[in-house]
Design a protein around this ligand. Structure first.
Ligand code: ZN
Length: 231
């Protein structure tokens, strides 16, 4: 398992950054070490069924991505081990999200200025109804704003206010070809800071391009504002 995970991280590293010669880029990647734009604070939770080194590598890949755009990543404390292996299970949406609600109550309230990153083997229990529905769910982010504004999420009746929480599925990230832990983790973190899906070759593109795409100038501005509001 360790060997496979190491390979996953290497594949992520080997993916080229999107360049200005690729078709229809919305922006070119920024040079190394741009002026500091702020610090993104993370609290990392890792499933006891994974090695903690997996969480460390996820954080490293997030740091690598955001540092290129001038944002530092800081952990508010050492990664903590949690018992959960998935946070969605059961049949229909309401029942399936109950473990998630319990989890948010325990870890994400009161709402803090950080982002909670939960590293799991899988987000949805594989044999559950929702697990079949979300069979390839690599990352999922909940924020107080998204559960208010998204009609589907609103029906789940999650909490009104909580710390933005990003779930990452190591198993499903690994299954994707090309595997790209850096893209998935950075993309989900973008959602946690208020970014929506956007057209063109950028971090919030969906489906993702075959490379690690940059943040657009607008996306950097939104993140900067988000950090400023949390400070
Ligand atoms: Zn997305």
């Amino acid at each position: 398992m360790h060997h496979r995970l190491r390979r996953l991280v290497l594949i992520g590293l080997l993916l080229p950054a999107c360049s200005s010669s690729d078709p229809a880029p919305t922006t070119v990647d920024v040079p190394d070490a741009p002026p500091a734009r702020g610090t993104i604070r993370l609290r990392v939770l890792v499933s006891s069924s994974l090695d903690e080194v997996v969480a460390r590598r996820v954080v490293e890949s997030i740091s690598r991505y955001y540092r290129r755009h001038g944002f530092e990543i800081a952990l508010t404390r050492a990664p903590q081990v949690i018992a959960e292996s998935y946070l969605l299970q059961g049949g229909d949406g309401h029942e399936a999200v109950e473990p998630m609600r319990t989890f948010l109550r325990r870890w994400a309230v009161p709402a803090g200025a950080e982002i909670i990153v939960v590293v799991l083997p899988s987000i949805a229990a594989p044999c559950s109804g929702i697990g079949r529905f979300f069979s390839k769910l690599e990352g999922l982010t909940f924020t107080s704003d998204s559960v208010k504004s998204d009609p589907l999420l609103r029906t789940l009746n999650l909490l009104a206010s909580f710390t933005p929480t990003t779930l990452l599925s190591v198993r499903d990230i690994r299954r994707r070809a090309p595997s790209n832990v850096e893209f998935i983790a950075a993309h989900e973190l973008g959602h946690a800071m208020g970014l929506s899906h956007a057209r063109g070759k950028n971090l919030m593109a969906t489906p993702p391009p075959q490379c690690v795409p940059p943040l657009t100038a607008d996306q950097r501005t939104i993140i900067k504002r988000w950090l400023h509001n949390k400070a």
